[in-house]
Design a protein. Structure first.
Length: 683
């Protein structure tokens, strides 16, 4: 093998030139790789001893896309277009061999090859929309030429990869090779081409699937999809449409212009920031790479309620044996039934085979005996949110859990140190705060107590990834990161309603910002009586009054909203009257409150609280706070999270806005503003 550069090799296997790319971990198409590829392609073309060229990647994957980290730098040297021009101009057929993932620019490069083979486990996708982009290296022009317009529209707008089997059926691949024999299979495939005298087959020349396409297809597709505020999917549709109305090169130019505009958009900057923020969140500052990780194969969950059942499902889905403990048989049966029906509905929706559902459910064992948790490696407590109850559980746990077991609380607000203090092993205690519904929500707040050991934290972070969650380290503070910030928004929303805004107007401003739900709809969903006590309730808040009137949220079909049988919400005259009377009782004369005030008063205190969390060291970096809000609370991805949003509107606007509403800005905000730094970079 002869090295062209550190990531590109060119060698010969009989009469086939073999180009091998090797840039761990994901073979991103960086500048050095583009340059290597151009040189290797030229070498392969010039080699009179070869008749075809094979492009293959070493390591765990084919090219997973353009190198996103280069997007904010000035591009120098060869572009991906230069690489593709060289491939299009090749006189010998180029065979692409795919394993792992061929994503974004990776798939676009593969489509520029003349033939494509893959192993069955390979995945093929154009995930650019997740980065606020459209495919920018010919994807929108070549993909419909290979798989047709309708499937291409789906792939570029939802960003989800397809399987190799689907790729083969759709015409994106020419053949599948045995899992461990990709190279041998691809070489044989290339030799077959040579034997049959087949030359290059350029995707750009395959016009059949993009000819005579009715504009109605695009109109229908747009009408059937709601991309909320996300701009990239709509732009990607335009590019695919261009493939059906323009000659190939004009279509490429059109796509390039749109790609560039997207790349420079705030939306894409936010989504690219979030991509790297998510990966950064997994790295705990100050923890050595060789921090010991404890093996976790058996998990205990205490409490089979909504949260406990959901958490148990998460672990069972990840292949772990789970024991669920409940205090009484009826509650246990109810909890296990709920888990079973969750699996049944996954089967009905086609997300799981009946067999897989059975296997997963079979990993759960219900018990009424605490002692059955004795051999668990990790025990997660998900009982009633009350300190006395939790302390009691941990004191009991401490007596029965094996030495070395990790004891976790799923508390969403309470002091982890106080809980840990009732055990003889506070170094093995931490918070694992799952979000509801646990099997769906990606966030896991990993709460570090004062004595939690590094090894326990490193294990929890690794576990988060293994169970498909994004783990974020949070310090021990009331509400940790997410709920602490949420409280600020809820307080502001309540104050706005007291002063005259309707809860529906507040919710609308928040959903117009593109949160999936406003604070009052969210409160109805969670249940207004969560943490409410009928015995001590004296109508001191709107919530008290609603609960006292039996309006407890969605579950009672009434709360801030009225709900019909299909749980569709509508504003409630009853709630409006309760609010009007409440204001009168407080002596408040309601005033008209505009959307801007609602937005600023709900969002700016969240930014301020985030800054305080950073000042107090309760979060290691601002981007972690953004990840919490992106994955735990539905902050719209294209706005990057509250810290990124602060940067996008500027410190001036944040600080002036806070002062306008007589809220003292966190000193960190003023400090960073004075130093001309960005909040989202703070670490
Ligand atoms: C594109 O292609 C545009 C073109 O259409 C047009 C161009 C002109 N670049 O996720 P992991 C890093 S846009 C740079 O933990 P996994 C990642 O940051 C791109 N770096 O692994 C991490 O670094 P670190 C379209 C990248 O096994 C390390 O690799 N492609 C890139 O869980 C490991 O990543 C995509 O959007 C990249 N493209 O998942 C695919 N990708 O170790 C984006 C990864 O320092 N990538 N890194 O933290 C992915 O979806 C996942 O990384 C993948 C592997 C599924 C591939």
């Amino acid at each position: 093998m002869s090295a062209i550069n550190p990531v590109t090799d060119l060698s010969r296997d009989g009469d086939i030139a073999v180009i091998t790319l090797n840039a761990p971990p994901v073979n991103a198409l960086s500048q050095i790789m583009r340059e290597g590829l151009i040189e290797a392609l030229a070498g392969a073309e010039a080699d009179t001893a070869t008749k075809a060229t094979l492009l293959i990647c070493a390591g765990r994957t084919f090219i997973a896309g353009a190198d996103i980290s280069e997007f904010d730098k000035v591009q120098t040297g060869a572009s991906l277009r230069d690489v593709q021009n060289a491939m299009d101009a090749a006189k010998k057929p180029i065979v692409i061999a795919i394993h792992g993932t061929a994503l974004g620019g990776g798939l676009e490069t593969a489509m520029c090859g003349h033939y494509r083979v893959a192993v069955p486990s390979a995945k093929l996708g154009q995930p650019e929309v997740a980065l606020g982009l459209v495919p920018g290296a010919g994807g929108t022009q070549r993909l419909p030429r290979l798989i047709g317009v309708e499937k291409a529209l789906a792939m570029v707008t939802d960003g989800k990869p397809i399987s190799a089997q689907d790729g083969l059926a759709l015409g994106l691949l020419d053949a599948l090779m045995p899992e461990k024999e990709l190279k041998e299979g691809a070489l044989a495939f290339a030799r077959q081409l040579i034997a049959e005298g087949k030359g290059p087959r350029r995707t750009r020349d395959l016009n059949e699937k993009v000819t005579g396409i009715s504009p109605k297809i695009f109109a229908d597709f747009r009408a059937a999809h709601n991309f909320r505020g996300f701009e990239a999917p709509g732009e990607a549709i335009k590019c695919i449409e261009a493939a059906t109305t323009m000659a190939f090169d004009s279509g490429l130019e059109f796509e390039s212009r749109i790609f560039l505009a997207c790349k420079n958009s705030l939306q894409s900057q936010a989504q690219r920031y979030a991509f790297f923020a998510e990966r950064k969140a997994g790295k705990i500052p100050g923890l050595a790479d060789d921090t010991p990780i404890l093996p976790i194969t058996k998990v205990g969950v205490i409490g089979a309620g909504l949260m406990g059942g959901g958490i148990a499902t998460v672990f069972a889905n990840a292949g772990l044996a789970v024991t669920i403990v409940e205090a009484d048989g009826a509650a246990l049966a109810r909890g296990l039934d709920a888990v079973r029906s969750g699996y049944e509905s996954s089967v009905k929706r086609g997300r799981l085979t009946a067999d897989e559902a059975r296997i997963r459910f079979g990993r759960l064992t219900g018990t009424l005996k605490f002692e059955d948790l004795a051999d668990c490696d990790l025990i997660v407590e998900a009982v009633f949110e009350n300190m006395a109850v939790k302390k009691n559980v941990f004191a009991r746990l401490d007596k029965i859990a094996r030495s070395g077991a990790i004891l976790a609380s799923n508390t969403s607000f309470l002091d982890i140190d106080e809980i840990a203090a009732v055990t003889t092993r506070p170094d093995h205690v931490l918070g694992l705060h799952f979000f509801s519904p646990a099997p769906v929500m990606k966030l896991l707040e990993i709460v570090r107590g004062a004595k939690t050991s590094n090894s326990i934290l490193a294990t929890a972070m690794k576990l988060a990834k293994a169970i498909g969650k994004v783990g974020v380290l949070a310090g021990n503070a009331h509400g940790f990161i997410g709920n602490r910030i949420l409280m600020q928004r809820q307080d502001a929303a309540n104050a706005l309603v007291l002063e005259g805004a309707s809860p529906y107007a507040v919710d609308r401003v928040i959903t117009d910002f593109d949160f999936p739900m406003g604070p009052f709809a969210m409160a109805d969903l969670a249940g207004l009586d969560l943490g409410w006590d009928a015995a001590t309730s004296h109508g001191e808040s709107m919530r008290d009054l609603l609960c006292e009137a039996g309006r407890r949220g969605q579950k009672t079909k009434s709360g801030y909203y009225d709900y019909d049988a299909a749980r569709k919400a509508s504003p409630s005259p009853v709630t409006e009257k309760i609010i009007t009377d409440f204001r009168a009782g407080k002596g408040v004369t309601p005033r008209a409150i505009g959307e801007e005030e609602i937005r600023e008063r709900c969002l700016l205190p969240m930014i301020n609280e985030g800054a305080k969390i950073l000042e107090e060291g309760k979060s290691s970096r601002a981007s972690d706070i953004d990840i919490v809000w992106l994955y735990g609370y539905g902050w719209p991805a294209y706005r990057g999270g509250p810290m990124f949003y602060a940067d996008s509107i500027g410190f001036g606007a944040v600080i002036a806005g806070l002062k306008k509403y007589t809220i003292a800005p966190a000193p960190l905000l003023e400090k960073l503003a004075a130093a001309n730094k960005r909040l989202s970079d703070f670490a």
